[in-house]
Write a protein that binds this ligand. Sequence first.
Ligand code: ATP
Ligand code: MG
Length: 570
Amino acid sequence: MLFSKMFIPTVKEDPKEAEVISHRLMLRAGFIRRLASGIYTWLPLGLKSLRKVENIIREEMNKKGAQEILMPFVQPKELWEESTRWDKYGKELLRFFDRNNRELCLGPTHEEVVTDLVRREIRSYRELPVNLYQIQTKFRDEIRPRFGVMRGREFLMKDAYSFDVDEEGAEKSYRDMYDAYTNIFKRCGFRFRVVEADTGQIGGSFSHEFMVLADTGEDIIISCDACGYAANLERAEVGYPDTVPHSSKKGYFKKVDTPGQRRIDEVSSFLNVSPGELIKTIIYNTDRGVIGVLIRGDREINETKMRNLLSLDYMELADETTIEDVTGGPLGFSGPIGLKIPLYADRDILYMEDFVVGGNERDVHIINANLGDFTAEGFYDIKIAREGDRCPRCPGTLTSTRGIEVGHIFKLGLKYSKAMKATFLDKNGEERYMVMGCYGIGVSRIVAAAIEQGNDENGMILPAAIAPFEVDVLPVNSSHAESMELAEAIYRQLLEKNIDVIFDDRQERPGVKFKDCDLMGIPLRVTIGERNLKEGLVEIKERDKKESIRVKKEEVVRRVEEYVEELKRW
Ligand code: ATP
Ligand code: MG
């Protein structure tokens, strides 16, 4: 490709709207342009990278026997009613009416469509297993679209769906996808980690997320270096001491006045005790009625763990009126003693003595409270994990790092096949439900994640497998005929060797060309300068190295070939 002929609108200044480095660099290097909130156009350079990512994904999916299809972007309401997700999905699902007043939505994911397809077409165990995937545009009306294509509203996803005759088959399909994903992310050059994840909106029995490690990631990964346990924050379990102290203390608690002191920090400084000596009593409205959750004052409740513990579909903080009704006191003064609703406590509380709780009365707290003073339904792991906590699997200590979720695999089980009656006839002619799995990759997010992981003050540092070009052939002085001739010759020969090369044939100052090459993250630069040429030499420089090497002009093509091959190895 000739640089002069390509549409690459680069920008010198940092765009103000971009908060993270990948977004800034994608705008500056002319990869993307914003159309509306969370909606972007991919320009030639960005699209080249995007297509490379797609192809890596395709190759690895095909290797596992998955077959590519392309499903519609627009989906009818009826299918979503069958799966019962029409009511559950919320505002991320963009809904609209057609001219015949039929209600439709833009696909945020395709379980319904693919299950409908397979239930119509597959009848017998002989036709199973099958794994169908697509690389297609999704729309999710995200609350906070941000960071460019990292969290867009319209974005490109690879989604795959497997259908098996039994659990064993489904587990094999899941493992295949786990392996395919591992290969895909290795080939993309990522430093990544696989973590246990919650199943959320999609539902199902278990799941893993593939997280690219990056300080700017929106996700928090909790992991244990000692045993390898890793989970996302939502899911992360915490270890508690093995022994439970038995305290028989009860009955000598005392009411104290705490006028206007509602928050933990206020109460603890007012009573001169540390937040860890307080217990928070949080009142929730749930589909099991009003419940209270108890947690040590310096910790937070993990609502996902709570939902899973009690199999709740609905769980929301109670409003002030409900709190007054069930506790008798206003918000900020709730406590477990005398409370008539089911109480669920974090296990930390088992190890506390003489603690402070709310008095269920305005401006009153209780001190010297103990376990014997109230009854809880039980003590569970329901706090948000944090660095320094004990590992749930071994005596090790948990650490916390940040990541970008690029892939997510779910074992769905019978969730959709039951709801939508996707059945087949087994060997004995009996009708059974298909066992499903689903597997997503954020294709457009991968490009952003790669930039987030590889950059410096001059621009992107992209892995050769997904950089828009592998090599930039750059003649320093465009008016020097000999340089231009050699550059063009090298360019043509590299093209013949199937190397993805751009020739900077522009009549531009050298500084401009060097800057653009660095900005675009091209892994290898071949510089043809007058001075080197006098000695018959050409410079080769890797984007992420300070030093360059000089090679004989006759050897450039061979050396570049070797470099590219080496850079693409993983
Ligand atoms: P997140 O927690 O980031 O919202 P999710 O759990 O909603 O992700 P899935 O439904 O599992 O995501 O979608 C599969 C993949 O699609 C994700 O792993 C992610 O890489 C990508 N993805 C999800 N939402 C977006 C988005 N708004 N913009 C770009 N990529 C996305
Ligand atoms: Mg989401």
